[in-house]
Ligand binder design. Structure first.
Ligand SMILES: [Fe+2]
Ligand SMILES: [Fe+2]
Length: 260
């Protein structure tokens, strides 16, 4: 379907140096066919959610130019969802029967487009939404450049990214152009606030991940160190118990509230 298209990338989208440095790890993440399919299907869900959010944004805005462009954006995201779903399913269908992939998805390391990241479209102004969109689309586009670079193992999936990437570059650039139009005085400030919001959400995700990790470690330590101690104590006290029937204590008053 897309194999004939060469893997191209818009010139203005450059992968960040950090990700270029980690290219071997990205290559390893994408090398496993099962993991590749799972990631694409997961990306498809986010793209479809973004499409729905952009449709809502088109409903909410009072600016006719933005309404038209948001609808185009929504259709692009739905197209991406369909492309990722199609490719993910094709990879799964081509896998030998019974081949199970690793459960490790490395989603924190190689996420897809972040979408609106729990942003409530109804509560945003045109300016704040455009600032967030610009940063989010830019991050997504840069990630997709890295994925294209490491997908030599699967040219068809790379071609899917080469179709998606120009759209993401367009989302990245129109959001900045429109932000400058609707907030000519304050667009830099809006970008700073949007960036701070993204950093804060990233911190919350990181903190939740760390809490999850340490919670798991703590429970494992409890299971292997504390629980055996109690089991040992229970075993010791069980030895002191007499087996079988035993006489009641001599002279003890019969009571209906006591066992003996
Ligand atoms: Fe997209
Ligand atoms: Fe996008």
């Amino acid at each position: 379907m897309v194999g004939a298209k060469a893997a191209r990338r818009p010139r203005k989208v450059v992968s960040p140096g950090f990700d270029r440095f980690l290219r071997p790890v990205h290559r390893w993440v994408w090398a496993d066919a099962h993991r590749r399919a799972s990631k694409l299907l997961r990306f498809a869900v986010t793209e479809a959610e973004s499409g729905r959010d952009m449709t809502r944004a088109a409903e909410c805005t009072k600016d006719p130019v933005l309404r038209r462009i948001y609808l185009k954006h929504a259709m692009d995201e739905q197209k991406h969802a369909n492309l990722f779903t199609g490719r993910g399913r094709a990879i799964l269908a081509a896998l030998p029967p019974g081949q199970a992939g690793g459960s490790f998805q490395a989603n924190w390391f190689s996420p897809g487009e972040r979408g609106l990241d729990e942003l409530k479209v109804d509560e945003e102004t045109d300016g704040s939404l455009l600032a967030f969109l610009h940063l989010s689309e830019m991050a997504g586009a840069k990630r997709f450049v890295v994925y294209m670079d490491v997908l030599g193992v699967d040219p068809q999936t790379r071609d899917v990214f080469s179709i998606v990437l120009p759209d993401e570059a367009f989302h990245m650039s129109y959001s900045l152009t429109q932000l400058k139009r609707v907030s000519p005085e304050s667009y830099r400030r809006r970008l700073v606030w949007a960036r701070l919001g993204i950093i804060w959400k990233a911190y919350l995700r990181f903190a939740a991940g760390m809490a999850n990790l340490f919670g798991g470690i703590l429970l494992t330590v409890q299971y292997f160190l504390v629980l055996p101690l109690f089991a040992l104590l229970a075993k010791r006290s069980a030895k002191k118990d007499l087996s079988g029937w035993s006489e009641s204590r001599s002279g003890a008053k019969a009571s209906l509230r006591s066992q003996y």
